[in-house]
Design a protein. Sequence first.
Length: 81
Amino acid sequence: MLLSVHHPRYQTFRIHIRALRRRAGLTQLQLAERLEVGQSYVSKVERGERYVDVLMYVDWCRACGAKPGESLDALAEIDGM
């Protein structure tokens, strides 16, 4: 199955990563600085205009103070995987 940023499962993923950032108490700009990317990149990811690979997901989690493995487990629970 090929997933795009428009697939319902990816929408769940976007909600998940936005929640990670918000729980960490970070603005998009603060997260962008930690990731060493522009704020517009974070915004585009959260709006579904940019695709996130597994390496960026790991960096995103760590920048938010979350453990990537635990975060992925939580996502799988939400998604019913």
